[in-house]
Design a protein around this ligand. Structure first.
Ligand SMILES: C[S@@+](CC[C@H](N)C(=O)[O-])C[C@H]1O[C@@H](n2cnc3c(N)ncnc32)[C@H](O)[C@@H]1O
Length: 221
């Protein structure tokens, strides 16, 4: 099946609310666990970058689990970041170590030139030019820094995409089911991601299918 891109930014208020209020407990907890397994404990004060952080649930989970880091979440959607700011306001103990920044991959102005780890969950499939994510990873990760990117994986056909929506988002609001379906059609296959990485000079990162709908990119910059 050919890839069908979807709009990059999730900047519609209703769409952002549906996403922020959806139950991503299981995948978000899993991503935070992967961070702990793969990145581990960084030096005190190390800065970590979360690209396409959306409402910031993963950003906050990682900040809470790793008191040694500060973490910068970047997103181009003010509607999404409003939920991140609200969630951060409810966690004042994290306030000095978490920043949410409105800006676009790849040209956003960031507080640090280089980061000790670069993360992203569910951003890649939104990008019309996926090479912009890899360029930002290459330019913003300190050499040798851990890189952890999770994304959806494009299914074989539209029927398979619909079956995944029914299985994993059966009880979710229609706006979320539609977004999930469109995101599956916009996602990349593992071979496509490997080619993107080669072209970006990041061929040392590995690409692993990790579920029936997710792939993981990990390695060192
Ligand atoms: C599916 S959400 C994922 C949010 C979060 N990482 C999570 O896992 O819950 C994708 C996010 O990427 C953002 N986004 C898409 N294209 C972007 C770009 N070029 N620059 C910055 N953010 C972008 C969208 O606005 C949206 O908030």
């Amino acid at each position: 099946m050919q890839r069908i891109p979807e709009p990059e930014l999730m900047d519609d208020e209703g769409q952002a609310r549906a996403y922020a209020e959806a139950d991503f407990e299981e995948p978000n907890r899993r991503f935070a666990e992967l961070y702990t397994e793969f990145v581990g404990t960084l030096r005190p004060g190390a800065a970590v970058l979360d690209l396409g952080c959306g409402p910031g649930d993963i950003t906050l989970r990682i900040a809470a689990a790793h008191p040694e880091i500060e973490i910068h979440g970047l997103d181009g959607s003010a509607a999404m970041l409003a939920f991140g700011h609200a969630a951060l306001a409810a966690r004042p103990e994290l306030a000095t170590r978490v920043s949410f920044i409105e800006g676009l991959v790849p040209d956003a102005v960031l507080p640090c030139a280089r980061y000790e780890a670069v993360l992203s969950n569910s951003l890649l499939h939104h990008l019309h030019q996926p090479e912009t994510l890899w360029r930002m990873v290459r330019d913003r990760a300190r050499p040798g820094a851990p890189v952890l990117v999770m994304d959806l994986m494009r299914p074989a056909d539209e029927a398979a995409a619909q079956a995944l929506v029914d299985e994993y988002a059966g009880g979710e609001p229609e706006v979320l089911r539609r977004d999930f379906y469109n995101s599956l059609l916009a996602a990349f296959e593992p071979g496509e991601v490997r080619r993107q990485l080669e072209l970006a000079g990041l061929g040392g990162l590995e690409v692993l299918p990790v579920s029936d709908r997710h792939l993981l990119v990990r390695g060192r910059a």
